[in-house]
Design a protein around this ligand. Structure first.
Ligand code: SF4
Length: 568
């Protein structure tokens, strides 16, 4: 299961929320039951294709299949998340209802964000203590009835209060009785109120008010990224509550029309909607693998820094490949380099700029890379929401033709920063130049440690003064080859320049996975498994700095005869 919104996405839940339709559905069910059983015998159903708590039961599977044959019913019921999906793209909503198997599974990092959002929602409930929680897997009908009973009983706060109106279902994170009526609180794990969140509160208000509940105010609860934890969590400081009543009300008038348009679209065949900027705005659509199948690898959509509207301007002229870009289509110098490299295969190497870049690098050299984690709710003192906390580094040192490696990996149940910086300052002492890839990241992390642990500030300043960014020649297109496909990230530059060094065989092959693996360490008890994950993390970070060594070596090889290189 993804999260509670995915629970809503399961059509079977909608069915039980509509008692008006209950009787014909049962009749329909009886008629088709025999056919379904025959179908099940010959085509066993795969569990897990529908991310709903009921998806493993024969009843729900059968009903789900029935609904698949009942477009009217299927299209009629909507959840809050389906409504917001439909606002982004009718085709996305149609596919969700009709071809859910085409939906991309969330990757581990997206699932982790869903889980973090759930945790934030539960924590925010403590802002309004002593409420009653409705478990969403108790069943929608049950929760709708219980919500009404709790309201009638005079309760002051309900978490996950559930309503249905106009065949739209909505669960309110926190429903709290205030002066003049009920107050809706929508909890977000973001650090600001965004306009797109008003679509959530608008449909909630529409459903709750339409259910006959007097709603006096609507609020968005989000995290306060200025909050720094010291001691126990201060929930009043951790959360910010914004009154969004006016903006929520201003969208009410449009909702019936929007719903009608979505339902009309759902009643037809798959909408003939081409890809567009809305595929990633406001959210990345999970049907991109299906809709974008016709886009080739390294297409006009990969031109770095070309604005999205200009990419689609090309696309709408049936231009997919860079070689098809008309000469009158203006591109910056760096874009021209990328396009020309793509079309001709030519390598772009600006020797004088590379020479100048390398001239500022002095041995002994350090090649340094950090791994960090971040969490919405700070666990440690002097930590803010979503602050990047360094937990690991690898440092390769090249001195007198010899390469050595140093590393640090924290313990996930402890604040790693003090031990991290203490060892780093010692390990980097011999280095006259410290090479990183994308220095803004490392420098800001170091500055944050200096801010939070001022006793290290002077030494950190001295370390920062020695940092050089290996990304610069690639970002500036002083060295560009087709295989980089517009990207100057180390994950693109390394295979393009050093194809024999690869992340492919590593258990952890990217920073997101490293972060999640580190978080997982705190939850596993098997020492063998802990040792394995720690080893995987060390190998990954080690490869990052070895990759920098190899890339630097490649740059040096451009300006020096091979035999003069002082390499290991
Ligand atoms: S990928 Fe784009 S076109 Fe396809 S369903 Fe999603 S938003 Fe719509």
């Amino acid at each position: 299961m993804y999260n509670k919104e995915s629970f809503y996405d399961c059509t079977i839940v909608d069915l039980f929320a509509g008692p008006t339709f209950f009787t014909p559905i049962i009749i329909y069910y009886i008629i088709f039951k025999a056919l379904i059983q025959i179908n099940n015998k010959f085509f066993p159903i795969q569990t897990g294709s529908c991310h709903c708590p009921y998806n493993s039961t024969l009843l729900s599977r059968n009903l789900f299949m029935i609904i698949g044959t009942m477009p009217k019913f299927r299209s009629f019921f909507l959840s809050k998340s389906q409504f917001t999906r439909g606002l982004q793209c009718h085709k996305s909503l149609w596919l969700l209802k009709n071809r859910p198997e085409l939906r991309a599974e969330p990757d581990a990092s997206l699932q982790a964000r869903f889980d973090a959002g759930t945790d934030v929602g539960i924590l925010a409930q403590q802002l309004f203590p002593d409420g009653m929680t409705l478990e969403y897997n108790s069943g929608i009908s049950h929760n709708i009835n219980t919500t009404q009973e709790l309201i009638a009983s005079g309760i002051g706060t309900i978490y996950e209060a559930t309503f249905r109106h106009d065949s739209v279902l909505a669960m309110v994170d926190i429903l709290h009785k205030g002066p003049g009526g009920w107050r809706l609180y929508e909890v977000k794990s973001s650090t600001e109120t965004k306009d797109i969140f008003i679509n959530d509160t608008a449909i909630q208000y529409y459903v709750v008010a339409g259910s006959g509940i007097k709603v006096s105010r609507v609020f968005l609860v989000h995290l306060n990224n200025q909050y720094t934890r010291v001691g126990e969590l201060d929930l009043q400081e951790l959360f910010t509550i914004d009154d969004v009543t006016d903006s929520t009300l201003s969208r009410q008038r449009d909702i019936p029309q929007l719903l009608a348009a979505m339902r009309q679209s759902l009643e037809g065949d798959e909408p003939d909607i081409d890809i567009g900027p809305y595929c990633t705005e406001p959210y990345d659509c999970d049907f991109i693998p299906y809709c974008w199948q016709h886009i080739p690898k390294c297409s006009i959509f990969d031109i770095a820094n070309l604005r999205k509207n200009r990419k689609f301007a090309l696309y709408y002229r049936n231009i997919l490949h860079m070689k098809e870009i008309p000469p009158d289509f203006s591109l910056s110098d760096n874009m021209q380099i990328q396009v020309e490299a793509e079309v001709t295969g030519k390598e772009f190497i600006n020797i004088s700029n590379i020479k100048e870049f390398l001239s500022n690098i002095k041995e002994p050299l350090g090649f340094l890379d950090f791994e960090t984690f971040m969490e919405p709710v700070p666990s440690f003192d002097y930590q803010k929401p979503y602050q990047q906390i360094p937990f690991q580094y690898s440092l390769h040192i090249l001195a007198s033709d010899k390469l050595s490696q140093h590393e640090f990996l924290g313990q996930p149940d402890e604040d790693p920063r003090r031990a991290f910086i203490t060892k780093l300052l010692i390990d980097t002492r011999p280095c006259r130049t410290i090479i990183v890839y994308n220095q803004a990241f490392e420098i800001v992390r170091l500055q944050e440690i200096a801010r939070d642990f001022p006793e290290f500030a002077t030494d950190i300043d001295l370390l920062i003064a020695r940092i050089t960014d290996l990304m610069v020649p690639f970002r500036n297109r002083d060295y560009y080859v087709r295989a980089m496909c517009g990207s100057h990230s180390i994950k693109s530059v390394l295979p393009a320049l050093v194809p024999d060094l690869s992340y492919n065989n590593l258990a952890i092959a990217d920073g997101e996975t490293a972060m999640l693996s580190y978080a997982r360490l705190a939850k596993i008890s098997s020492q063998e498994e802990i040792d394995k994950v720690r080893q995987d993390l060390l190998e990954y970070c080690r490869l990052d700095t070895l990759a920098m060594v190899k890339i630097w070596e490649k740059l040096v090889s451009l300006i020096k005869p091979r035999e003069q290189l002082l390499l290991f």
